[in-house]
Design a protein around this ligand. Structure first.
Ligand code: ADP
Ligand code: MG
Length: 364
């Protein structure tokens, strides 16, 4: 097991800066995820940790050992690639044993270690099967077994579930997490899928254009996004441009042109006092924090009237889109509590944004 420390890492490919000034400290045994859209530098960063690329500037350390230019085979990392990179015409045994052969492990030990790891990934009865005869999910398990059998200090997974269908993806999420906890292995997981990141990770780094936007636990990142990119990339949100007007007792008052009336915000953990009156900002509120009602709500602040323009049923939850005016449609999400609780399209409703659920963030 090992910590991973990246200090001010930059990677350039000609004119393209794939990763810029990245600082990261990943703890021993941590499940750490790089999350971001395609092309933001996730794979490049993972490859610098594996040793397939060397950084243009900066340092890679495992524990306190400088690994910046150590070749991949001397790093003791196990890697699972997006396309698995298995040998299709070899058996499961031969695929998994490959790394042990390279390391010149003797036949008896090799057999035992391959059998043990195949038990762990529940493929022991497939040991003599040719890889090309396995399903996608089974191939994924072979790739995992091959990475784990060498007893790596660090497990690196690059979008390992993206080729699987939705149900299998769900199952493998749990499976990977179970293995990670069983082995207690420091794990770095790359994905563009926010649900994977939120459900699996101890901590997440959100990437955009080669830079880390925010790092934190899934709840921190979701509840306290630092900018509009993070707020929109992880989960759904309602964003509105606002101007900071004034502070009144424990509340801050913002003016929003599209919403027309003042918006009151409580400063729960967000340090709004650091902004100046007149500053142009954004407010973000999650759809599940919004209350929709067909009664008056007269005793509340932050209430707008609108018309239900669309109702989307997803099974467990219901999304309701409420048109406040030409420029503004608000999205609200509620749990499915039976057909009598959904609004009909065209209904006039009140939308309430609780003061303590609104987040104020800078405009990009
Ligand atoms: P991600 O994994 O987040 O999709 P990558 O790390 O693969 O992103 O790529 C980041 C950027 O670096 C992209 O603009 C990509 O085109 C570029 N890039 C990645 N690998 C190479 C390479 N070997 N040569 C040139 N450009 C590359
Ligand atoms: Mg990638």
């Amino acid at each position: 097991m090992s910590t991973v420390n990246l200090s001010t890492i930059t990677k350039q490919f000609g004119d393209v800066t794939a990763v810029r000034n990245l600082d990261l400290l990943i703890e021993e045994g941590e499940f750490f995820t790089f999350l971001g859209p395609s092309g933001c530098g996730k794979t490049t960063t993972l490859r610098m940790i594996a040793g397939f690329y060397y950084p243009t500037r900066g340092k890679v350390k495992f524990n306190d050992k400088d690994m910046t230019t150590v070749p991949p085979e001397k790093r003791n990392t196990g890697m699972v690639f997006q396309n698995y990179a298995l040998f299709p015409h070899m058996t499961v045994f031969e695929n998994v044993a490959f790394g042990l052969k390279v390391r010149k492990v003797n036949k008896t030990d090799m057999r035992k270690r391959v059998e043990d790891v195949l038990k762990k990934v529940r493929l022991d009865s497939f040991i003599q099967r040719q890889v090309s005869q396995l399903s996608g999910g089974q191939q994924q398990r072979v790739a995992l077994a091959r990475a784990l059998v060498i007893e790596p200090d660090i497990l690196l997974l690059d979008e390992p579930l993206s080729n699987l269908d939705a149900r299998l993806r769900d199952e493998m999420r749990t499976e990977i997490l179970r293995l990670q906890r069983e082995y207690g292995i420091t794990t770095i997981y790359v994905t563009h899928d926010q649900v994977e990141a939120l459900t699996m990770s101890d901590r997440i780094a959100v990437f955009k254009d080669g830079e880390c936007q925010q790092m934190g636990t899934p709840t921190d990142i979701y509840n306290e996004p630092v900018n509009d990119f993070v707020a929109e990339f992880i989960g759904e949100t309602n964003l509105s441009p606002v101007t900071f007007k004034e502070k009144q007792e424990a509340e801050f008052i913002f003016h929003s042109e599209p919403l027309e009336s003042p918006i009151r915000v409580k400063d729960s953990k967000q340090n709004i006092a650091a902004y100046d009156e007149g500053d142009e900002l954004l407010i973000s509120i999650r759809p599940e924090a919004i209350h929709v009602s067909d009664t008056a709500l007269t005793d509340q602040h932050n209430v707008w009237t609108g018309e239900v323009s669309l109702v989307q049923f997803t099974g467990a939850s219901v999304h309701t889109f409420i048109k406040i005016n030409e420029e503004t449609t608000i999205r609200a999400t509620g749990l499915n509590q039976g057909p009598s609780t959904y609004f009909e399209e065209g209904t006039t409703v009140r939308v309430h944004m609780p003061e303590d659920q609104i987040r104020v963030i800078p405009r990009a």
